[in-house]
Design a protein around this ligand. Structure first.
Ligand code: GTP
Length: 686
């Protein structure tokens, strides 16, 4: 029989513990304190008693309301719903319902000392200590209290507890809406999407270089994950990771930063599967799409066909009366790039993109890595506010103070406003791409929130610990219906990281997606393993090894690490594992034939055929097809397979046996039985 402590039940039912104790006494149960336990059976009786009291008081309440209404009507007054005050019934109700009015709730942030709680409850700490002793808790004034003890103590003084985190506190401040007059126009943030090889990277490159004027200091753009370009004096921010996968991965983490999607469609190839996917992803995000019909320099370019195909997918071109802006471009020959950029500005203007630059900044981590000389570096994209040197920030579970900022031109900057990408130095650890970053009050707040988040993450990991390995991926996929292989890719040089990542990404099919959730240069570290463990990923290392701590952690967390010295081998292995991931295809294989030489009617079983196996064999698990004069009469499962009186698993060619077909009796002498099985077809990804 289950038991529950009084205070827990009180919490569950939203009633004060003291009320529960009173009610239990009414039921003849001798209960002394909040910590006493009660049996399930008594709990049920108690709940019935509460219900009956509630309905009883409801009735009383209604009657009182009615009579009061009458009285009021006489006086020509309107009636408020909660008119019944001071009524005996309403007292009872509010104590049973717990009466959650704001004044009675104290907000508690852990850890909390006896002294802290005394202050919140506005009582003398010694009184509190005395009460705690009564509960069996020996605590000194500066000792931290367990959440349960805090709740009990609060209740003693007629208060309820609401536990809040530092993050909750900060959110409250952050959620204060900006005033309309504080909002200023901000540059649009653009993601380029489209099918493989349609020219996303070429387009991003040509835009990156087109508007970098010679007068600009340095003039050399840096790959930091995002860059800004200036068109007619206005800025546009481009995310450097093309494709909808990265875009959606960010969204899944709650980081929607893209304002406009540029969909690249090659004029010689038209709308392809990934084009459609990109359309759907952008649509799901609710962002406008501008189509760049690329490669119009090619002889076989057919932009009209592209327009036709686009409209089949719900993107009706402006030229055809719709509202989708389509621009014919050539990334290779730099045709119409300016027009495309102007269209982006036009759409941005229509979207009225605005942000308040005069508030503490927040935004998203676009890229992050551990730099040998500079420590953790992260490219962030500011969403609101202005990020400044010296700001205490938190990004995911890492925190720190902005020590230095570098823009996409490689220049050091002191501040970064809305829609600006900058590399930030000064974080304690490497955050993950897609992490939200926020400027907080002070270093301490940053550290507390980071710790809270890390703890929450750890708890989540403990709760949903799963293990993935390449070897039994197939089985796991079958059991869990998983359609994604998550990878963490580490290599000795950036070139290899990219080569491996690109090659592995290309193994993705419509059915199974390969998702590198983290890539980086350098050895495999504990952080990698933690990430793999938290995200159900496998760690792939090329020319790098895990350090001792990472190895130990991997063992503890059951994370698989595969290391290679040849890229080809890594791809081969993942590919092999993925073949198991694919939806299996089945084919039928005939394994034998038999002829019906006699039939028997067996009571309660039905007709059983006396067979002679002419070729192959019959297995109990096979299926059969009954053929009469060359025509298939029936197909079904084997109900019984016997030799003499014994059940058997298999009968081979040249032997006789008895066979029953599940749910079928119309078997005749001279019929033919074809025996077959369903086999899985191993498909390759080619
Ligand atoms: N003729 C012509 N070729 C182009 C143009 N734009 C890109 N290409 C070529 O198309 C090929 C693919 O271009 P990418 O920019 O790598 O395409 P992508 O969409 O980024 O490809 P993935 O990164 O593999 O998805 C390259 O060989 C480019 O040189 C263009 O405007 N005209």
């Amino acid at each position: 029989m289950g038991k529950i402590r009084v205070y827990k039940l009180a919490k569950e039912l939203g009633i004060k513990s003291s009320n529960i104790i009173d009610l239990l006494q009414e039921l003849g149960e001798e209960i002394s304190s909040h910590m006493s336990t009660i049996d399930d059976e008594i709990v049920d009786t108690l709940k019935e008693l509460i219900d009956s009291k509630k309905s009883g008081t409801e009735k009383k309440k209604k009657t009182k309301e009615k009579s009061k209404k009458k009285k009021c009507r006489k006086k020509g007054q309107t009636v408020k719903k909660e008119v019944v005050q001071n009524a005996e019934a309403s007292d009872e109700i509010s104590s049973i319902d717990g009466g959650e009015d704001g004044e009675n709730v104290i907000e508690v942030q852990l850890p909390l000392t006896v002294k802290g709680l005394a202050e919140l409850l506005n009582v003398n700490p010694n009184t509190l200590i005395g009460k705690l002793i009564g509960l069996g808790v020996m605590a000194t004034i500066n000792q931290n209290l367990e959440p349960e003890a805090i709740e009990l103590m609060a209740e003693e003084f007629g208060k309820r507890v609401k536990f809040i985190t530092q993050e909750d506190k900060m959110k409250r401040i952050r959620e204060i809406e900006d005033r309309e007059e504080d909002l200023k126009p901000r540059p649009p943030i653009v993601t380029v999407m489209g099918h493989v090889d349609h020219g996303k990277t070429s387009l991003l490159d040509v835009i990156r270089h087109t508007n970098v004027t010679a007068t600009e200091a340095g003039g050399i753009t840096q790959h930091i994950g995002a860059y800004q370009t200036i068109v007619n004096g206005k800025k546009i921010t481009f995310l450097d990771t093309p494709g909808h996968e990265a875009f959606t991965a960010m969204r899944a983490r709650g980081a929607q930063i893209t304002d406009i999607a540029v969909l690249v469609v090659a004029a010689d190839d038209g709308v392809m599967p990934q084009t459609v996917e990109a359309i759907n992803h952008a649509k799901a995000a609710g962002i406008p799409i501008i189509v760049a019909i690329n490669k119009i320099d090619k002889d076989n370019a057919n932009p009209d066909r592209v327009l036709q195909e686009l409209s089949e997918h719900g993107l009706i071109p402006e030229a055809w009366g719709g509202d989708t802006i389509c621009v014919n471009v050539s990334a290779l020959k730099k045709i119409n790039i300016d027009e495309l950029l102007e269209m982006i500005l036009l759409v941005a203007e229509m979207e009225e993109l605005k942000a308040n630059p005069n508030r503490p900044a927040d935004g998203v981590v676009v890229e992050a890595e551990l730099d040998k000389g500079r420590g953790p570096v992260a490219t962030v994209l500011v969403k609101r506010g202005t990020l400044k040197i010296g700001d205490p920030i938190i990004a995911g579970t890492t925190y720190g103070r902005v020590r230095a900022m570098i823009n996409d031109k490689g220049e050091r900057v002191k501040e970064a406003g809305p829609s600006t990408p900058v590399v930030v130095l000064g974080l304690s650890d490497v955050p993950q791409a897609g992490d939200i970053f926020e400027v907080v009050e002070d270093d301490k707040t940053a550290r507390i929130i980071a710790e809270e988040r890390a703890e929450r993450k750890r708890m989540q990991e403990l709760q949903t610990k799963k293990v993935v390995s390449l070897d039994d991926l197939f089985k796991q996929i079958q059991e869990g219906d998983v359609k994604e292989l998550k990878l963490i890719i580490k290599a000795d040089v950036q070139g290899s990281v990219e080569a491996l990542r690109d090659a592995l990404l290309k193994l993705s099919t419509d059915e199974v997606r390969v998702t590198p959730i983290h890539t980086g240069v350098g050895g495999i570290t504990e952080t990698d393993i933690m990430l793999a463990s938290a995200s159900d990923a496998i760690v792939i290392g090329f020319n790098v090894r895990p350090d001792l701590n990472a190895r130990k952690l991997a063992e503890r967390e059951n994370v698989e690490i595969r290391t290679y010295r040849v890229i080809y081998k890594a791809i081969e292995e993942v590919k092999a594992a993925l073949e198991g991931l694919l939806e299996p295809e089945y084919k039928e294989v005939v394994v034998g034939h038999a002829e019906v030489r006699a039939t028997f009617k067996v009571p309660k079983v039905g007709t059983v055929a006396g067979l002679y196996v002419t070729d192959g064999k019959i297995n109990r698990n096979n299926q059969v097809r009954l053929i009469r004069n060359g025509v298939v009469i029936h197909e079904g499962k084997i109900a019984s397979l016997k030799r003499f009186k014994d059940d058997v698993r298999e009968v081979t060619e040249g032997y006789e046996c008895g066979l029953g077909i599940e749910g079928y009796n119309d078997i005749k002498e001279g019929d033919e039985i074809e025996v077959f099985e369903i086999q899985e077809v191993k498909r390759t990804l080619d």
